[in-house]
Design a protein around this ligand. Structure first.
Ligand code: SAM
Length: 332
């Protein structure tokens, strides 16, 4: 296993991962939605960082589903991020995640850090069920080859030289489709998105934080000196400087199937509908429904305190638990 260079205990790493969530989760969620992940699905995210995508998945697969989030280091994850979300410490190079029956397996910004990405991909694929869906999102640093001005391009050349020596593959994005095809995955489709950002933006802050954390290693490597790093950081604060650095490569694929994900989603959604109907029946037993509603409100991460209190008080009115269930609330 490659030593992971951005230790979760580094000062500022929590904020850096929060920026990653803010910048990349919308794209990640869009791809997951396109895969059809819904109620009842079993999902696995590996290298979950702060767990933001898995928290979203846990909400998305309710009712009846299960979301598992794996990382070498769970210290920046919120154990109570979402009901039904299970965090597990684990190394994806060492073994598949059990039970190996996930409907959807995803990993973002993890594989490029690994000494043996092929072993990790084999284990990710082994963690999915037959017919299960895969979504890998990794960087490809092609855009830095045309970065302006020349001093910034020079910074990136030093950065890439350092990363090669550190065992990080910042060009893994373009290699993923062939790696998945070698494992006989099907329906492989790939798109890359390149954010264009200016100094002072969230992406520029992300880079300033990342480079700041790695600065001692970068300087010790001999590939970057203080001046080159300072020049890059100065540009990161300059609103008139526009640039691009990463083609975020999203690869979707499917394991050869006996059934397909869509079938599972359909079955799961039938289970979800039946559960809703049963909950509506329980609403006729008003005192029981109110208590179940209060318990659900107490554990809901997606609702503010004030709204919870209003629901809790008005729940005493007989028809309100019906309304609660019909507007997306769960009684269990
Ligand atoms: C750059 S962060 C990305 C976090 C998150 N996926 C995101 O995109 O915001 C890489 C994550 O992968 C985890 N990681 C690194 N090597 C791993 C391994 N061998 N097995 C599981 N997780 C690993 C790190 O601990 C870290 O949380």
């Amino acid at each position: 296993m490659t030593e992971y260079v951005l230790d979760h205990h580094n000062e500022g790493e929590r904020a850096r991962l929060a920026l990653m969530s803010r910048l990349l989760d919308p794209m990640h969620r869009r791809h997951l939605e396109a895969l059809g992940v819904g109620p009842g699905a079993r999902t696995l995210e590996v290298g979950c960082g702060n767990g933001s995508v898995s928290a979203w998945l846990a909400d998305r697969v309710r009712p009846g589903g299960h979301a598992v989030a794996v990382d070498l280091d769970l210290s920046l994850c919120d154990a109570d991020a979402a009901p039904g979300l299970e965090f597990r410490a684990g190394d994806i190079i060492a073994a598949p995640v059990e039970p190996a029956d996930y409907d959807v397996v995803t990993a973002r910004a993890v594989l490029h850090h690994l000494a043996d990405p092929a072993a990790a991909i084999t284990n990710l694929v082994a963690s999915g069920r037959a017919g299960g869906a895969f979504l890998l999102i990794e960087p490809d640093f092609l855009p830095v080859s045309i970065a302006e001005p020349a001093a910034v391009r020079g910074f990136w050349q030093g950065w890439l030289a350092w990363s090669r020596e550190a065992g990080i593959d910042f060009f893994i994005g373009r290699k993923l489709p062939a790696m998945l095809a070698d494992l006989e995955l099907e329906d492989i489709s790939v798109v890359a998105e390149t954010p264009l950002y200016n100094g002072g933006s969230a992406w520029a802050r992300y880079w300033a934080q990342t480079v700041g954390e790695l600065r001692p290693r970068l300087e010790d490597s001999g590939h970057l000196d203080r001046r080159s790093i300072d020049t890059f950081l100065a540009h990161c604060g300059e609103p008139d400087w526009w640039t691009q650095s990463i083609a975020w490569t999203a690869v979707r694929a499917r394991k050869p199937a006996t059934g397909v994900l869509r079938d599972t989603a359909a079955t799961a959604s039938t289970v979800g509908t039946m559960k809703k109907l049963f909950e509506l029946l329980v609403c006729f037993l008003h005192p029981i429904a109110v208590v179940l509603m209060w318990i659900d409100l107490a554990t809901r991460p997606d609702m503010g305190r004030g709204t919870k209190i209003v629901w809790a008080i008005f729940g005493i009115v007989p028809l309100v638990p019906f309304l609660y269930v019909l507007t997306g609330g769960d009684l269990w």
